[in-house]
Design a protein around this ligand. Structure first.
Ligand code: A3P
Length: 304
């Protein structure tokens, strides 16, 4: 396994939380207008593969699946660096990294796998212009919310969420980094009719990883032997990834992610979210959900 670049991820003291800039009405973890200007002018390449998600929807999981596909199941290659350094986010600027992620991307050879949490309307125009293939992973709202809440608790990059109740109100009103979950999943759902987008659901990948990985392979026009497909599914299963230091974020110092508070690889189980809500919270959330998702053909499974 490649050594983690020590200095990149070992701040002497607690890093400041990411600054949040409102862009087009969406709170984004971007430090300045000047940086946003550079991100929006990011030059995509035609053979870039973009992985787009709302936070906590299984980004890291899909990243491992795609890395295994791109490296033809070579585990050593997939362990070349921790996930944060293998595939840059187009827009994320980590206060503890020496370089912005988009600068890291500029130096990467093709074909690149780039991640983004941006809503579809804020994607750099070059991604559409270059007709890049995009894989979007959506996860049901309650599980996403609960996962995001625990992530806020364990990382110093984001503000303390206080209580689940308070975080729930913020999530429903879109006052969290990357804004409204509802607008995000609907925006990308609409975009898939106009662009090369494979829209996947976390719950489907969990239920039938083989079928969903086959969909990905078809979308990427790749054919692999059955044995390799099985290897990819095993390597990217929750239990294996939870033990994988390049995928489970334990290589970061506790001043950035404190796993004893809540591990990054927490439960990975559809339907976990609703058990955190009281009956009254469930009712309020469901009522609001119906309103926000009214008219959309998008449906989610909350159980498998
Ligand atoms: P939980 O907090 O519900 O456990 P992201 O990578 O977008 O931040 O998403 C993190 C969520 O994906 C966490 O959810 C994490 O446990 C889950 N996850 C990561 N790898 C997974 C895997 N191989 N199978 C299922 N869930 C996984």
């Amino acid at each position: 396994m490649a050594q983690v670049e020590e200095n990149t991820h070992t701040p002497a003291k607690k890093p400041p939380p990411m600054s949040i800039l409102e862009v087009g009405g969406v709170p984004l973890p971007i430090s300045s207008n000047e940086i946003w200007d550079k991100i929006s002018k990011f030059e995509a390449r035609p053979d870039d593969l973009i992985l787009a998600t709302y936070p906590k929807s299984g980004t890291t999981w899909m990243q491992e699946i795609l890395d295994m596909i791109q490296n033809e199941g070579d585990v050593e290659k997939c362990k070349r660096a921790i996930s944060l350094d293998r595939h840059p986010f187009i827009e994320l600027t980590f206060p503890f990294k020496k370089k912005y992620d988009f600068e890291m991307a500029l130096e990467m050879p093709s074909p690149r796998l780039l991640k983004t949490h941006l809503p579809s309307h804020l994607i750099p125009p070059s991604v559409w212009r270059q007709n890049c293939k995009i894989i979007y992973v959506a996860r049901n709202a309650k599980d996403c919310l609960v996962s995001y809440y625990h992530y806020h608790r364990m990382t110093t990059l984001l503000p303390d969420p206080k209580s689940l109740e308070e975080f729930c109100q913020k999530f429903m009103s879109g006052e969290v980094a990357y804004g409204s979950w509802y607008d995000h999943v609907k925006g990308w759902w609409a975009a898939k009719d106009k662009h090369q987008i494979l829209y996947l659901f976390y719950e489907d990948v969990k239920k039938d990883p083989k079928r969903e990985t086959e969909k990905i392979l078809k979308f990427l026009e790749k054919d692999i032997p059955e044995e390799l497909l099985n290897k990819i599914i095993c390597y990217t299963s929750f239990d294996v990834m939870k033990q994988n230091p390049v995928a489970n974020y334990t290589a970061l110092p506790t001043s950035i992610m404190d796993h004893p508070i809540s591990p990054f690889m927490r439960k990975g189980m559809p339907g976990d979210g609703k058990s955190f809500f009281t009956v009254a919270q469930n009712e309020e959330f469901d009522k609001d959900y119906q309103k926000k998702m009214a008219g959309s053909t998008l449906t989610f499974h909350t159980e498998i």
